[in-house]
Design a protein around this ligand. Structure first.
Ligand SMILES: Cc1ncc(COP(=O)(O)O)c(C=O)c1O
Length: 276
């Protein structure tokens, strides 16, 4: 299925209670149960929400993943990923990072005993110098914010796989229109959906997309346990999944049709970002 088709249809099922073709905004905190535990798949809106469910499925589809997990912001999504780790674990991250990501790593999580190393990963060979037995996660952003540096996801993924380390890619700047990190071997994709996925500067939102069932379960556990979920009424677009379609139609098309691509990158066909 082409990206444009996925953007419009993925994750959307007619609403079973009314037949509404577009998933409604379920602006409710809790759901009636016929008896304790006897419900229709929804109990409490921090845990599950049908609007969020549709959006999560749409985001999973456009990143060629299996599971989407939505958060109240990009940093809340990052927070959930780092909470997969334990004190003593180490992370190697690209040195050119969104400032808020650097801040949460160094000012919030470092004090809980997680150690962060920063390296210029434009040369993926630099990774090996910083990996050790405690390294549990490699974190890259490409193109980077603010320098728009390009990191070779497939090269980092090959090293991560060989060592059994998770690779997370912040795909905010490229968006799924230009790049699908899971296809290149990454384990986790993270988005500040506040940017291109939202597309209209009217919402703050974050998402994580993975293929692995166990990883998705852990992230959903953190989503529910820590509670950084987006309010149903503030999901991107009126019905949650509409804005990724807008992302295809507006800002990213601008980028394709003459808007500048990041330095060092060019677009080759639909959804491909390559080095030049
Ligand atoms: C690349 C990147 N990642 C993450 C974030 C954090 O996202 P949010 O502002 O939605 O928390 C930003 C925000 O600008 C960003 O540019």
């Amino acid at each position: 299925m082409k990206l444009g088709t996925k953007l419009i249809h993925a994750g959307v099922e007619p609403d079973p209670s009314t037949g509404a073709i577009m998933t409604p905004i379920f602006q409710t905190s809790t759901y009636v149960q016929a008896a304790p535990g006897d419900h229709k798949g929804y109990e409490y809106a921090r845990t599950q929400n049908p609007t969020r469910h549709a959006l999560q499925n749409a985001l999973a589809a456009i990143e060629n993943g299996k599971h989407g997990i939505c958060f109240g912001s990009g940093l809340a999504a990052t927070d959930a990923i780092i909470k997969l780790l334990a004190p003593g674990d180490e992370v190697v991250a690209s040195s050119d990072l969104y400032g808020g990501t650097f801040r949460i790593f160094t000012k919030v999580f470092a004090k809980y005993g997680i150690k962060f190393h920063f390296a210029d990963l434009q040369d993926a060979g630099q990774l090996s110098r910083h990996l050790n037995a405690a390294t549990k996660l490699i974190w890259i952003e490409t193109p980077t914010n603010p320098m728009l540096n390009i990191i070779d996801i497939a090269a980092c993924a090959a090293i991560a796989k060989e060592k059994g380390i998770l690779l997370a890619v912040d795909n905010t700047f490229a968006s799924p229109y230009l790049q699908n990190p899971l296809d290149l071997g990454a384990d986790i994709v993270v988005h500040s959906a506040t940017k291109y996925l939202g597309g209209h500067s009217d919402v703050v939102h974050g998402a994580v997309i993975v293929k692995d069932d166990a990883l998705a379960q852990q992230l959903a556990f953190i989503q529910n346990s820590c509670g950084a979920v987006p309010p149903a009424g503030l999901l991107p677009g009126a019905a949650g999944y509409q804005n990724p379609a807008c992302a295809h139609a507006a800002p990213l098309r601008e980028r394709r049709g003459g808007g500048p691509l990041p330095p060092g990158a060019s677009e080759s066909g639909e959804g491909v970002l390559v080095r030049v």
